[in-house]
Design a protein around this ligand. Structure first.
Ligand SMILES: [Zn+2]
Length: 204
Protein backbone atom coordinates (compact mmCIF):
# COMPACT_ATOMS: atom_id res chain seq x y z
CA UNK A 1 0.00 0.00 0.00
CA UNK A 2 1.28 3.44 -0.85
CA UNK A 3 2.33 5.27 2.31
CA UNK A 4 0.19 8.23 1.36
CA UNK A 5 -2.90 6.08 0.88
CA UNK A 6 -5.08 4.91 3.69
CA UNK A 7 -8.13 2.79 3.06
CA UNK A 8 -10.84 2.93 5.68
CA UNK A 9 -8.55 4.05 8.49
CA UNK A 10 -7.52 7.30 10.05
CA UNK A 11 -6.91 10.36 7.94
CA UNK A 12 -3.71 10.93 5.93
CA UNK A 13 -2.07 14.29 5.49
CA UNK A 14 -1.40 16.44 2.47
CA UNK A 15 1.48 18.49 3.84
CA UNK A 16 1.48 22.26 3.54
CA UNK A 17 2.65 23.40 0.07
CA UNK A 18 2.69 19.81 -1.25
CA UNK A 19 0.48 17.50 -3.31
CA UNK A 20 -0.74 13.94 -3.09
CA UNK A 21 -2.32 11.61 -5.66
CA UNK A 22 -4.56 8.68 -4.72
CA UNK A 23 -6.20 5.92 -6.72
CA UNK A 24 -9.94 5.50 -6.25
CA UNK A 25 -11.89 2.50 -7.40
CA UNK A 26 -15.38 3.14 -8.68
CA UNK A 27 -17.73 3.66 -5.70
CA UNK A 28 -14.91 4.48 -3.29
CA UNK A 29 -15.13 7.95 -1.78
CA UNK A 30 -12.51 10.54 -0.97
CA UNK A 31 -13.09 12.78 2.05
CA UNK A 32 -10.95 15.92 2.19
CA UNK A 33 -10.95 17.86 5.43
CA UNK A 34 -9.93 21.51 5.67
CA UNK A 35 -8.21 20.86 8.97
CA UNK A 36 -7.48 24.50 9.81
CA UNK A 37 -10.35 25.95 7.78
CA UNK A 38 -8.45 28.45 5.65
CA UNK A 39 -6.53 26.24 3.21
CA UNK A 40 -7.30 26.11 -0.50
CA UNK A 41 -6.89 22.69 -2.11
CA UNK A 42 -6.39 22.55 -5.86
CA UNK A 43 -8.08 19.34 -6.94
CA UNK A 44 -7.96 17.21 -10.09
CA UNK A 45 -9.30 13.82 -11.16
CA UNK A 46 -8.19 11.66 -14.08
CA UNK A 47 -9.59 8.46 -15.54
CA UNK A 48 -7.37 5.62 -14.32
CA UNK A 49 -7.59 4.04 -17.76
CA UNK A 50 -6.68 7.13 -19.77
CA UNK A 51 -5.18 10.25 -18.22
CA UNK A 52 -6.30 12.29 -21.22
CA UNK A 53 -9.82 12.04 -19.81
CA UNK A 54 -10.06 14.26 -16.74
CA UNK A 55 -12.38 16.36 -14.61
CA UNK A 56 -12.90 19.48 -16.72
CA UNK A 57 -14.05 22.79 -15.30
CA UNK A 58 -15.22 24.01 -18.72
CA UNK A 59 -17.38 20.96 -19.28
CA UNK A 60 -18.57 20.97 -15.66
CA UNK A 61 -19.77 24.58 -15.82
CA UNK A 62 -21.65 23.82 -19.03
CA UNK A 63 -23.25 20.78 -17.43
CA UNK A 64 -24.40 22.38 -14.17
CA UNK A 65 -24.94 25.86 -15.74
CA UNK A 66 -23.14 27.44 -12.81
CA UNK A 67 -19.61 28.37 -11.81
CA UNK A 68 -20.24 26.99 -8.31
CA UNK A 69 -20.57 23.18 -8.08
CA UNK A 70 -22.42 22.02 -5.01
CA UNK A 71 -23.09 18.81 -3.13
CA UNK A 72 -25.39 16.63 -5.20
CA UNK A 73 -23.75 17.51 -8.52
CA UNK A 74 -22.00 15.04 -10.77
CA UNK A 75 -18.57 16.31 -11.78
CA UNK A 76 -17.86 15.53 -15.42
CA UNK A 77 -14.86 14.96 -17.64
CA UNK A 78 -13.78 16.51 -20.90
CA UNK A 79 -15.75 13.64 -22.48
CA UNK A 80 -18.80 14.76 -20.48
CA UNK A 81 -18.97 11.61 -18.37
CA UNK A 82 -19.37 11.73 -14.58
CA UNK A 83 -16.03 10.95 -12.95
CA UNK A 84 -17.00 11.95 -9.39
CA UNK A 85 -20.19 12.60 -7.51
CA UNK A 86 -19.96 15.57 -5.13
CA UNK A 87 -21.57 13.80 -2.19
CA UNK A 88 -21.07 16.05 0.82
CA UNK A 89 -19.96 19.55 1.70
CA UNK A 90 -20.11 20.80 5.28
CA UNK A 91 -18.58 24.16 4.33
CA UNK A 92 -20.59 27.16 3.03
CA UNK A 93 -19.93 25.82 -0.47
CA UNK A 94 -17.61 28.57 -1.67
CA UNK A 95 -15.25 26.91 -4.16
CA UNK A 96 -13.71 28.14 -7.41
CA UNK A 97 -13.83 26.76 -10.94
CA UNK A 98 -12.40 29.69 -12.91
CA UNK A 99 -8.82 30.27 -11.77
CA UNK A 100 -5.82 28.41 -13.16
CA UNK A 101 -3.52 26.51 -10.83
CA UNK A 102 -0.63 28.59 -9.55
CA UNK A 103 2.73 27.96 -11.20
CA UNK A 104 6.26 29.27 -11.04
CA UNK A 105 5.49 31.83 -13.75
CA UNK A 106 2.68 33.20 -11.60
CA UNK A 107 4.99 33.73 -8.64
CA UNK A 108 7.54 35.38 -10.94
CA UNK A 109 4.86 37.89 -11.96
CA UNK A 110 4.10 38.44 -8.27
CA UNK A 111 7.72 39.44 -7.69
CA UNK A 112 9.39 36.20 -6.59
CA UNK A 113 12.97 36.02 -7.80
CA UNK A 114 13.52 32.42 -6.68
CA UNK A 115 11.55 29.21 -7.16
CA UNK A 116 8.23 29.15 -5.30
CA UNK A 117 6.32 25.97 -4.52
CA UNK A 118 3.23 25.81 -6.71
CA UNK A 119 0.16 23.67 -7.41
CA UNK A 120 1.13 22.89 -11.01
CA UNK A 121 4.44 21.31 -9.99
CA UNK A 122 2.69 19.58 -7.05
CA UNK A 123 0.24 17.96 -9.49
CA UNK A 124 2.94 16.65 -11.78
CA UNK A 125 5.15 15.47 -8.90
CA UNK A 126 2.23 13.60 -7.31
CA UNK A 127 1.39 11.89 -10.60
CA UNK A 128 5.06 10.97 -11.16
CA UNK A 129 5.11 9.27 -7.75
CA UNK A 130 2.49 6.87 -9.13
CA UNK A 131 4.83 6.12 -12.04
CA UNK A 132 2.69 8.10 -14.48
CA UNK A 133 3.15 11.24 -16.53
CA UNK A 134 0.85 14.09 -17.53
CA UNK A 135 1.34 16.21 -20.64
CA UNK A 136 -1.02 18.99 -19.60
CA UNK A 137 -2.27 20.80 -16.50
CA UNK A 138 -6.07 20.81 -16.56
CA UNK A 139 -7.85 23.65 -14.82
CA UNK A 140 -8.28 22.63 -11.18
CA UNK A 141 -11.36 22.54 -9.01
CA UNK A 142 -10.15 24.95 -6.32
CA UNK A 143 -11.72 23.73 -3.11
CA UNK A 144 -12.53 26.45 -0.59
CA UNK A 145 -11.00 29.12 -2.83
CA UNK A 146 -13.08 32.27 -2.44
CA UNK A 147 -13.15 34.21 -5.71
CA UNK A 148 -15.97 36.77 -5.41
CA UNK A 149 -17.49 37.59 -8.79
CA UNK A 150 -19.09 41.04 -9.06
CA UNK A 151 -22.10 41.86 -11.24
CA UNK A 152 -19.81 43.48 -13.82
CA UNK A 153 -17.86 40.22 -14.07
CA UNK A 154 -14.80 41.39 -12.20
CA UNK A 155 -13.20 39.01 -9.73
CA UNK A 156 -11.32 39.37 -6.47
CA UNK A 157 -9.06 37.25 -4.23
CA UNK A 158 -10.91 36.50 -1.01
CA UNK A 159 -10.07 34.53 2.10
CA UNK A 160 -11.76 31.14 2.54
CA UNK A 161 -15.06 31.27 4.40
CA UNK A 162 -14.79 27.65 5.56
CA UNK A 163 -14.16 26.74 9.18
CA UNK A 164 -11.75 24.25 10.76
CA UNK A 165 -12.88 20.69 10.15
CA UNK A 166 -15.13 21.43 7.19
CA UNK A 167 -15.00 18.60 4.69
CA UNK A 168 -16.06 17.57 1.22
CA UNK A 169 -16.68 14.03 -0.03
CA UNK A 170 -16.38 12.87 -3.63
CA UNK A 171 -17.56 9.43 -4.74
CA UNK A 172 -15.77 7.91 -7.71
CA UNK A 173 -18.07 7.20 -10.64
CA UNK A 174 -15.22 5.49 -12.51
CA UNK A 175 -11.81 4.15 -11.51
CA UNK A 176 -9.78 7.31 -11.23
CA UNK A 177 -6.78 9.11 -9.82
CA UNK A 178 -7.51 12.10 -7.63
CA UNK A 179 -4.87 14.72 -6.92
CA UNK A 180 -4.87 17.27 -4.09
CA UNK A 181 -2.46 20.19 -3.75
CA UNK A 182 -2.31 22.35 -0.66
CA UNK A 183 -1.95 25.66 -2.46
CA UNK A 184 1.33 27.36 -1.44
CA UNK A 185 0.01 30.83 -2.31
CA UNK A 186 1.32 33.12 0.45
CA UNK A 187 1.34 36.44 -1.41
CA UNK A 188 -2.36 36.80 -2.25
CA UNK A 189 -4.81 36.35 0.67
CA UNK A 190 -6.48 33.17 -0.61
CA UNK A 191 -4.92 31.04 2.18
CA UNK A 192 -4.98 33.87 4.72
CA UNK A 193 -1.26 34.19 3.97
CA UNK A 194 -0.55 31.00 5.89
CA UNK A 195 -0.49 27.78 3.80
CA UNK A 196 -1.05 24.73 5.99
CA UNK A 197 -1.79 21.01 5.70
CA UNK A 198 -5.14 19.27 5.12
CA UNK A 199 -6.25 15.68 5.73
CA UNK A 200 -7.96 13.08 3.58
CA UNK A 201 -9.47 9.63 3.87
CA UNK A 202 -10.43 7.03 1.32
CA UNK A 203 -13.77 5.51 2.29
CA UNK A 204 -15.15 2.22 1.03
ZN1 LIG B 1 -1.84 27.06 -5.87
Amino acid sequence: MNASTNIGGEACVVPARRGRAVRLNRRQSLKITNTHGHQVVDFWAFSAEDLSEFLSMEHLRATITSIFPKAGDDLVTNRRRPILHFSEDTSPGVHDTIMAACDDYRYGLLGCTEYHDNCTDNLHAAIRRLGLKLDETPSPFNLWMNIPVAEDGSTDWGEPVSKPGDHVVFRAEMDCIAVMSCCPQDILPINKGNPVEVHYEIIG
